[in-house]
Design a protein around this ligand. Structure first.
Ligand SMILES: [Zn+2]
Length: 128
């Protein structure tokens, strides 16, 4: 992947990160202030130690973030940015071939090409 493409995907990923951060801020406010009890109830299912007051607010916030779908997505996007920096972005981590541009456009944090991904999904289905 050339520098121009890397720049393009870096921009694409950063745009997504900004958008999720905004969504998460909004989401977090609602839950923390208790205005959305239904949502808070859902999230409590993810809390490992709801009564543990010893962990810092930042840690709780991070745990909360990772417990949400958006938070995990954010984590994957940040990893994709790391891969842009270290030059492994766009390369399948299984077979080492280039991940197609169309796939990266749809899933910029993809670490596997479509062949390896469908192979993995097939194996996971068989395990069940
Ligand atoms: Zn592959």
């Amino acid at each position: 992947m050339n520098q121009k493409d890397l720049k393009y995907f870096e921009g694409l990923i950063q745009e997504k990160i900004q958008k999720i951060r905004k969504d998460l801020d909004h989401f977090g406010e609602n839950v923390m202030s208790g205005t959305n009890t239904e949502l808070a109830g859902d999230l409590s299912a993810y809390a490992t130690h709801p009564s543990d007051q010893s962990s810092g607010a930042a840690e709780r916030e991070y745990a909360f973030m990772l417990a949400s779908k958006e938070g995990r997505f954010l984590h994957h996007l940040n990893e994709a940015l790391e891969r842009i920096k270290d030059g492994t972005f766009g390369t399948c981590r299984i077979c080492g071939k280039d991940i197609s541009r169309a796939r990266l456009e749809a899933v910029p944090h993809a670490t596997m090409c479509i062949q390896c991904k469908s192979e993995e999904e097939r194996i996971q289905r068989e395990r069940r």
